[in-house]
Design a protein around this ligand. Sequence first.
Ligand code: ADP
Ligand code: ZN
Length: 429
Amino acid sequence: MYFNPVEAMERSALEELQVDRLKDTLENAKNAPFYGTRLAGFNPADIQTVADITKLPFTTKDDLRSQYPYGLLTRPLDEFVRLHASSGTTGTPTAIFYTQKDLDSWADLMARCMYACGCRKSDVLQNMSGYGLFTGGLGIHYGSERLGMLTIPAGAGNTKRQIKLIRDFNVSILHIIPSFALYFAQKVQEEGFDPKDMPWRIALIGAEPHTEEVRQKIETMLNIKAYNSYGLSEMNGPGVAFECIHQNGMHVWEDAYIVEIINPETGDYVPEGEIGELVLTNLTREGMPIIRYRTRDLTRFIPGQCACGRTHRRIDRITGRADDMMILKGVNIYPMQIEQCLMTIPEVGQNYLIELVREGVSDQMTVKVEIKEEYFVEDMRILQGLQKKIAKNLCNEILLTPRVELCQHGSIPKTEGKAVRVIDRRDKD
Ligand code: ADP
Ligand code: ZN
């Protein structure tokens, strides 16, 4: 039923395990130049319960950057076997190092994730995310092999070849970034394939924020079950949290991570169930443990127990990064609010782009929206009506009326990696 019995461990035993591992992690972390200084006055024996973690300072992305490249390593460089880097979606990348043991435990966690949403040894997985420094490539790859699946390292892009591999080798599991999945789904239809005839049954989707509406769109268009996958390079990569078959939040593997949700302004815990910033601590990483890492990702705990029997707590889908927030005319707006609204409008296609410009003293938002081919008609009145409808729906959601530009399907550029949803030209104008 579980890949590893630890997944259903009693909470009290799980918390004891966390305390033991946290102490060991702190001892070990002190060997790194950064934590050697940062934790100099701290005695790991002062950790008696998981809650004692609040006695420790946070680690931020800026800390990692200031320690680039070796400041967080607990041992000599020749004990490391792999390097990854965050994709640099927000600024300078950070380098992440792994020992062989770290790679092994990461692969175990990944295999556990895939098992939880129904992947089995007999499945064939096609990894359609980019390889290279991005952890979604090799991370998923080794996890898939650990589970025993036949693994096809297809990489991103080249839809025709992807479809051929899928059909030739009876691929049942896809790993695909959600924005690419929407594009891919469209291409599958254009190539004249009926998704019902395809061998796939499960898509592992993650690596970028996406709404429930997008998940449903992927599921319908591809005739597949899509499970949300969360992780970040600083915490290994994917495999931090994953949905089980119930698709109701992602279990965070608490034997490997301590998970906290804080108010980003005060650093205090938010009340259970409220949205805040996710903070993660490694418990099983020997080469480069990171303590109380402020992910800047926003989410909340899902209260209650999961029907699957796993005891590890669940977090809700990430609503965005704290730094994704746009402030426009004094209103705080997240790209996911816009996505959620757009994706409920039947005429809207697969892609959109938000552009911000400064005009005189005021800021303007333009939302470019791809429209499904069948709705992209020549009658201006119909198109203007649609434009107004979209602007009005958006206004109901974000409380100001953006300009809406209707675009032909496929006309908004699609990158192979994570989607760029917002272009902010305000500083440059
Ligand atoms: P970068 O920060 O450069 O994108 P990573 O490749 O390490 O580097 O990406 C990790 C980040 O990607 C996370 O902090 C989060 O913002 C985002 N992310 C990963 N998985 C998901 C997911 N399932 N849902 C939403 N966002 C995700
Ligand atoms: Zn579950």
